[in-house]
Design a binder for this molecule. Structure first.
Ligand code: C2E
Ligand code: MG
Ligand code: MG
Length: 742
């Protein structure tokens, strides 16, 4: 035994002696005053030595706070229990649980000491013992030395005292021979090594590490090493260390480390668990490898790979996807469309007379033209469409998620329009046109090879039609798109040519049939087709934006009519006009309506605007503000075709709506279909409770009219009363009706 250890044991035993005297006093307190007992308990409670009093049945009577803190067991769980609880935390290397291993087993040793103290009053000073205790949810190793002393006076009680000697152990264990050996080996080996005993805290850096970073050991220990780690990589590294300590798992980390010459190098660290002599966790041993060179090679290879990929899949001249990538993308697009029941449009384009450009202006000009054409094609389509160069002057476009043939026609027209602009060239501006063939998956075929062939056929057909145009493979689509195009062209001129006209259909009161107003409905007197109904052309007018001009014209006509009818009338008629969502989005609609009312001397209360439920769903509150402004002017608002959209009660009450118009599809079978009848009754009661007006659309029979009247719907519109008619006919009808009623 060394001199220090001898002195230490002496002091410890002397201290313990004093404590046992105190403990004896506790025991005798039954006969002493409560005040004295409390004083002694306070002394023991405050003692830094861990003390427990054990009775003749080997049960714990008392344990002071130092004790409960050390063994991490609350007092409630100790008192009255066998001292086994006290020793529950003895490290498994030192505790064999009554295994009979004699002196090797500290558990047995303490139990034996307690028994001997109880039976023969022997005092024992035990060997060094390891405890595995809990601190903040982590297992912590503690070193203790125990002693057992009988309390005496025949009370057969013993004091078990534990002395925490962990701090002395750190001093004695750390510079242990094996640790020194480790340092000697690692300092001479050509490797970079360091150890860490806490997240972020380095304790040892070998010579390799010091010379690589050009720092001394004392500069690196603790958190010093973090100064040579690249600031962008440090937070990630510290996080990783934290996690590795938490879960005690080996780790690897790539990061940049500043070398002695100031250069940052790529380093790969591999951290292995470091076990102390006694097999407890002591942090990490981290080996560091300079991987800068392999990193550089990796980047180079990656770049080469990208270049090769680009060469394999992209056209060198234009940078567009080549035939290979085009095939791949087309496969993907059709597979995706197949899953989601969507269409994919495919266009084949061939430049008209490109050979002439090449022959007369040279190949350089031809190449430049191909690049300009590529850029222009790209600008005509959406980002997720693919424009590919298939070779020579042939291009292809994949249009995923396309809605209809009309959409493809629109895009093809856009491309043809874009080609009417000249292409810049070094000498003079060049004009070149293109012919486009179009097919559609799955309309024309679901086979890729077939679709490619069809697009090609359609493209040659376009060329045969005189170039600079497009053709669908399917004749019906071509006809459909051509028809739409013709209507669009005609509609552009319809307003100025005076071909548009408003028809009026009466709205009447039930059951009398008294006229209360009229709905203005648009008609197109087409020079060749005759009377065209709105369903044929309103969609085109909306898509092309023509609805804005048409809408203005229609509103002016309707307001003028209302103004002329009502100027001298005793009971004014309300004229209703239909307005589409597009009109709301594209124009200063409030200003326009105000101007037109003023211009035509139409009072706002003579006007009603019919909107559809779709207007509620544009995702912002613009429409709400417009409707509020119109409503504040004194114009009434009606929801048209009510029941076919998705209005919620919230929307209906949020918007300033005056009237609901029940869609004619419900009125049509109101007598025969109980569902329609239920819905109509529900709408009637909804309108009643929201104090809104109600109009039934499409009333064709007397039975429908009387049914509606019975359920409280008092306004109706439909062929039963009159079909929509030109203004003059309507005025004649009014006179006839008045005469009939009189
Ligand atoms: P809407 O506003 O629901 O107009 C009522 C439609 O029902 C009219 O068709 C009318 O002729 C028809 N109708 C009326 N009574 C009966 C009936 O008893 N039986 C049947 N089967 N039908 C009846 P129209 O005139 O073809 O108008 C269709 C739609 O076109 C209108 O539906 C409206 O949404 C739209 N529309 C008409 N004119 C305009 C306009 O000037 N601007 C806008 N944006 N849309 C308009
Ligand atoms: Mg309407
Ligand atoms: Mg309607």
């Amino acid at each position: 035994m060394t001199r220090e250890l001898f002195m230490h044991s002496f002091i410890w035993l002397f201290g313990l002696g004093l404590i046992v005297v105190g403990a004896r006093r506790i025991v005798r307190t039954t006969s002493r005053s409560r005040a004295e007992r409390n004083t002694l308990k306070s002394i023991l409670d405050a003692s830094p030595v861990c003390l427990a009093l054990i009775d003749s049945h080997a049960a714990v009577q008392y344990a002071n706070p130092a004790y409960t803190e050390l063994v991490s067991v609350p007092p409630d769980a100790l008192i009255g229990r066998q001292p086994g609880v006290l020793l529950g935390c003895v490290h498994q290397h030192d505790n064999h649980g009554g295994c009979g291993k004699g002196a090797e087993c500290r558990g047995c040793e303490i139990r034996r000491a307690i028994t001997e103290a109880l039976t023969s009053g022997t005092t024992s000073l035990g060997n060094e013992t390891k405890l595995l205790t809990q601190r903040n949810g982590l297992e912590v190793l503690r070193y203790v030395r125990f002693s057992v002393q009988p309390v005496g006076d025949g009370s057969r009680q013993v004091v078990l005292a534990l002395e925490d000697i962990s701090t002395q152990k750190v001093v004695t264990i750390e510079p242990h021979a094996s640790e020194r050996h480790f340092h000697v080996v690692t300092d001479t080996a050509p490797v970079l090594l360091w150890t860490s005993d806490q997240p972020g805290k380095g304790i040892y850096f070998n010579k390799g590490w010091c010379s690589f970073t050009g720092r001394t050991h004392s500069e690196l220990v603790g958190h010093g090493w973090t100064e040579v780690v690249h600031p962008d990589d440090l937070p990630g590294y510290l996080k990783k260390l934290d996690a590795a300590f938490e879960i005690r798992q080996p780790f690897t980390m790539e990061y940049r480390l500043r070398r002695y010459d100031g250069e940052y190098c790529w380093i790969l660290d591999a951290g292995e668990l470091r076990w102390l002599e006694d097999r407890t966790f002591g942090g990490f041993v981290v080996s560091s490898i300079d991987i800068t060179e392999s990193k550089r090679m990796e980047e180079l290879l990656h770049k080469r790979e990208q270049q090769l990929h680009h060469l394999a899949f992209y056209d060198v001249l234009t940078g567009l996807p080549n035939r290979l990538l085009f095939n791949d993308r087309f496969c993907q697009a059709t597979a995706e469309a197949g899953r989601h029941k969507q269409n994919v449009g495919l266009m084949f384009l061939d430049l008209d007379n490109f050979k002439m450009v090449n022959d007369t202006l040279g190949h350089d000009t031809g190449d430049r033209l191909l690049c300009d054409v590529s850029a222009r094609l790209r600008s005509c389509v959406r980002d997720y469409d693919t424009v590919a160069r298939l070779g020579g002057d042939e291009f292809a476009i994949i249009l995923p998620e396309i809605r209809s043939g009309e959409d493809m026609g629109t895009i093809a027209r856009k491309i043809l329009d874009a080609f009417t602009e000249p292409f810049p060239s070094s000498e003079k501006e060049l004009f070149v046109s293109t012919s486009i063939g179009i097919t559609c998956y799955p309309l024309d075929s679901s086979e890729m090879t077939e679709l490619l062939k069809y697009a090609d056929v359609a493209m040659y057909h376009a060329k045969a039609q005189g170039r600079s145009n497009f053709q669908f493979y399917s004749a019906t689509l071509t006809a459909h798109v051509a028809e739409r195009q013709a209507l669009e062209d005609g509609l552009r001129k319809a307003v100025t040519r005076g071909e548009l006209e408003l028809f009026y259909q009466p709205k009447v009161k039930l059951p009398t049939g008294t006229l209360v107003g009229a709905e203005a409905l648009l008609r197109w007197n087409h020079p060749e087709r005759g009377l065209v109904l709105p369903e044929t052309f309103i969609g085109i007018a909306e898509d092309t934006g023509l609805i804005v001009g048409i809408g203005k014209w229609m509103l002016r006509s309707a307001c003028l009519t209302a103004s002329e009818w009502n100027r001298e009338a005793a009971t004014p008629l309300k004229v209703a006009v239909n307005m589409s969502g597009r009109q709301f989005a594209l124009n200063d609609i409030v200003g326009t309506v105000r101007d037109i009312l003023e211009e035509t001397a139409c009072r706002p209360e003579w006007l009603e605007i019919e909107i559809t439920e779709r207007l509620f769903f544009n995702g912002n509150d613009d429409n709400l503000r417009i409707l509020q402004a119109l409503h504040e002017m004194g114009i009434t608002l009606a929801i048209d075709d009510f029941g076919t959209g998705y209005s919620t009660l919230g929307n209906i009450t949020r918007f300033p709506i005056d009237t609901l118009k029940i869609d004619r599809s419900f009125i049509h079978d109101i007598i025969s279909n109980p569902d329609s009848a239920d819905l109509v009754r529900a709408v009637i009661s909804l309108a009643g409770s929201l104090r809104m007006g109600l109009v039934a659309e499409g009333v064709e029979t007397l039975a429908q009219a009387s049914y509606l009247n019975d359920f409280g719907c008092d306004l109706a519109q439909g062929y039963l009363f009159a079909k929509p008619m030109p203004r003059e006919s309507f005025e004649e009808w009014m006179v006839d009706e008045a005469a009939r009623k009189a």
